[in-house]
Design a protein around this ligand. Structure first.
Ligand code: C2E
Ligand code: CA
Ligand code: CA
Length: 409
């Protein structure tokens, strides 16, 4: 057991009386490294400070500005690898649901505490605290790259497009692909996008990056077209791409150059980014939609969009976040999120619903039972180089013959 005084604990609650009470209890139990915050922003500042990053956060769910669930989303964005204890006056069901949501985000959770908090329940939960398992955790900590390296990767064209198929759930037909960028690093090998996209966004490099990805994707789409394969090609668009009208012109121009019809170009924007921003991005999206490019709302379920916000933009596609797809067949909370997303999409007349993160036959069977349109995930194929696509396609067509994929079980 680690010395209690070595564990950095952060307590977040808008109620200052609770903060005092909890920190007193913690001190009494030997946890001397405790900091308290009454709002999410201050707490996140501490999480961002490497030296002060807490090992454990006691999180109140109901807070007036940033609530506990929103706070968890920011922790996910920051790859928070500590643990959480939820504290709330809410009823048992609410706490349980939130606990499952947190777990779906792969954040470690020790459990939850009802208010008023009792010292021995707190002590029992704290006993469960253990340091992140070292070997695995060490592997999980991914190297992040600095701005100069990322800039060089773009100018030296070290970025490569991978493509992951989206297939129809009813008959397995391949409808499109999502373009996922990778960095072929001269020393480190293949580097995943979450290790450099944020840097590109933060330093004004995302437009150059997206231009490269889009050009490659459209060129590839035209190659596929010429070989008789018409695929909808999706790319991921960052909010910063939508800050100027240049982006719209670029999309129009490149689609014309490679002779790809707008309806075969899908622009994926994540739900959480969409809700943050103001009018310009919405205007550009709407204009692209008017020109018949397809718009997709990505990672659905992880942001907090309202019905009105969703109605404002005519999306063609909604992608249910993988956190709510894999294992939804066996987990009530995931299932509830999945069902709600599907129902919402239908209500809004969104034409296509895609389930992401389909990892196994059970997930696939579940989609078939629930009437989702398209599926994407490792069960169908991992993202691959364009050169491997036709071999995969042949193999997939053979797999479709396998009754377990498209015939009801
Ligand atoms: P995303 O758009 O949600 O993409 C799906 C991610 O899920 C991909 O990760 C994909 O490899 C992964 N995935 C696919 N199937 C499965 C599965 O069955 N199980 C699991 N656990 N994961 C699966 P990847 O390629 O690492 O991309 C991560 C994120 O980086 C993407 O999330 C996207 O937001 C961003 N990204 C990728 N390419 C670009 C790009 O060109 N521009 C921008 N702005 N963002 C990009
Ligand atoms: Ca995406
Ligand atoms: Ca996604």
């Amino acid at each position: 057991m680690v010395e209690p005084s070595k564990i950095k604990i952060l307590v977040l609650d808008d109620d200052t009386f609770m903060l005092k009470l909890l920190s007193k209890m913690l001190l009494k139990q030997g946890f001397t490294s405790v900091s308290v915050h009454d709002n999410g922003r201050d707490a996140l500042n501490q999480v961002d400070d490497v030296a002060a990053r807490p090992d454990l956060i006691l999180l109140d769910l109901n807070m007036p500005e940033m609530d506990g669930i929103e706070f968890v989303r920011y922790l996910v964005e920051r790859d928070f690898d500590g643990s959480l204890i939820l504290v709330s006056g809410e009823d048992e069901r609410m706490l349980k649901t939130t606990e499952k949501l947190v777990r779906a985000h792969k954040i470690s959770i020790l459990g939850y505490l009802h208010k008023p908090v009792k010292p021995d329940t707190l002590a029992a939960l704290l006993k469960k605290w253990s340091q992140p398992v070292k070997p695995e955790a060490a592997q999980k900590i991914k190297k992040k790259y600095g701005v100069d390296a990322v800039r060089a990767a773009i100018t030296e064209k070290q970025l490569v497009n991978y493509y992951q198929p989206k297939v129809a759930v009813t008959n397995g037909e391949v409808i499109g692909v999502e373009t996922l960028v990778r960095w072929l690093h001269p020393e480190d090998g293949l580097v995943a996008p979450d290790q450099f996209i944020a840097t590109a966004e933060a330093h004004g490099l995302i437009n150059d990056l997206t231009r490269l990805v889009l050009t490659g994707a459209l060129e590839q789409a035209s190659i596929w077209q010429q070989s008789g394969l018409t695929l909808r090609v999706a790319i991921n668009v960052s909010m910063d791409n939508l800050a100027s009208l240049d982006f719209q012109d670029l999309v129009v121009e490149l689609a014309a150059k490679y002779k790809v019809l707008p309806k075969y170009v899908v622009l994926e924007v994540t739900e959480s980014q969409l809700m943050k921003d103001s009018r310009v991005p919405l205007e550009i999206l709407t204009r692209l939609r008017l020109k018949r490019f397809h718009l997709s709302i990505d990672d659905f379920g992880t942001g907090h969009s309202s019905l009105a916000q969703l109605r404002d933009i005519p999306f063609d596609e909604l992608k249910i976040d993988q956190g709510f797809v894999h294992r939804a067949w066996t987990d009530e909370t995931l299932r509830a999120m999945y069902d709600a997303s599907l129902a919402l999409a239908r209500q809004l007349d969104i034409e296509v619903v895609v389930a992401e993160g389909v990892e196994d036959q059970d997930d696939w069977n579940f989609l078939r039972r629930t009437g989702c349109d398209l599926a994407q995930g490792n069960f169908i194929s991992k993202p691959m180089r364009a050169a491997d696509f036709s071999a995969w396609l042949q193999d997939w067509r053979k797999r479709i013959q396998d009754t377990r994929i498209v015939v009801d079980t």
